[in-house]
Write a protein that binds this ligand. Structure first.
Ligand code: C2E
Ligand code: MG
Ligand code: MG
Ligand code: MG
Length: 285
């Protein structure tokens, strides 16, 4: 009897596992189909200088509209793309599309903006990554110094020497490299010590941490101080309130992005938004 019960449990267990696996397989094949039929798109979120509100650039973020009006969040489909290897062609498409849009923006009077582009480790590790980057730069004729690659910090746990060689090659082209979601991994300090990077993007979770008290200063000031010690430009993500902007400014953080300034938007809306931002700035204060 015990045996029968155990068998019943096992089959129930593997059925749930099977269901989860089937769901992922299905999502992956939907994602592949969406990619090949151009149903993936990019939206752009402005990056601003915290002291002036001046727009310095935008971050490209991937969007998947699985059915009209229904969006799958990137946190759900990027991991799937990474596990399956789809991230390699998909990431290349993101890079090319973001560079093309940057080129178009500068042709339409928005010159000098930066374009921040997220790059997965699986993509970065590919031997063909740097040649592909060079090819896209030539093809789209964007200025390398306008491009900024965002890598997450878990990258650093692996072979630092190989990584730095690649980072040096990329930075040698004039491209800047930022560490994304800084402070969320367990390798934060070694990233700063070992990796050759230009910028730190402070994770949203530290921006919204409760206001500091005299005894409990919070982690944010420590991260900002660390970045400054290492001569890195600091960018805060997820700024939602004016109080957060002021706090970051007082700590010495230069740049940021967040719903306080703008949500990610399609390129056509970004153009209107930029035009409005420029004309606001032209107004005497
Ligand atoms: P990330 O690179 O850290 O991007 C910032 C995320 O914070 C975006 O989420 C953005 O919409 C969100 N955000 C910005 N400001 C605020 C705010 O004020 N409040 C709140 N609550 N959220 C804010 P999103 O677009 O859902 O992207 C999630 C993550 O997916 C990204 O995090 C990035 O790691 C990944 N991702 C997105 N696009 C790509 C891509 O093209 N390639 C790769 N490899 N990863 C991508
Ligand atoms: Mg990012
Ligand atoms: Mg980030
Ligand atoms: Mg983040």
């Amino acid at each position: 009897q015990g045996k029968r019960l155990a068998r019943g449990k096992t089959s129930h267990f593997s059925e749930t596992l099977g269901q989860a696996a089937r769901k992922r397989m299905r999502m992956l094949s939907d994602l592949r189909a969406a990619f090949s039929s151009e149903r993936l798109s990019l939206v752009f979120q402005p990056l601003v200088e915290l002291s002036t509100g001046r727009v310095t650039g935008t971050e490209a973020l991937l969007r998947w509209e699985i059915e009209p009006g229904h969006w799958v969040p990137p946190d759900q489909f990027i991991p799937l793309a990474e596990q399956s290897g789809l991230i390699v062609p998909l990431g290349e498409w993101v890079l090319r599309t973001a560079c093309r849009e940057l080129r178009r923006l500068s042709e339409r009077g928005h010159a000098g903006l930066r374009m921040a582009i997220n790059v997965s480790h699986a993509q970065f590790r590919e031997p063909g990554f740097v040649p592909m980057l060079k090819h896209i730069l030539t093809e789209t004729q964007v200025t390398a110094s306008q491009i900024e690659l965002e890598l997450t910090e878990s990258l650093a746990i692996e072979h630092v020497e190989g990584l730095n060689a690649k980072l040096a090659e990329i930075r040698g082209l004039g491209i800047r490299v930022a560490v994304d979601d800084f402070g969320t991994g367990y390798s934060s300090l070694s990233v700063l010590r070992q990796l050759q990077i230009d910028r730190l993007k402070i994770d949203r979770s530290f921006i919204s941490e409760p206001a500091a008290t005299p005894t409990q200063g919070g982690i944010l000031p420590l991260i900002v101080a660390l970045g400054q010690q290492c001569n890195l430009t600091l960018i805060a993500e997820g700024i939602e309130t004016e109080a957060q902007r002021q706090h970051l400014l007082s700590l010495g953080c230069q740049e940021g992005q967040g719903f306080l300034f703008a949500r990610p938007m399609p390129i056509e809306r970004l153009e209107d938004w930029l035009a409005a931002a420029v004309s606001n700035q032209d107004q005497p204060v």
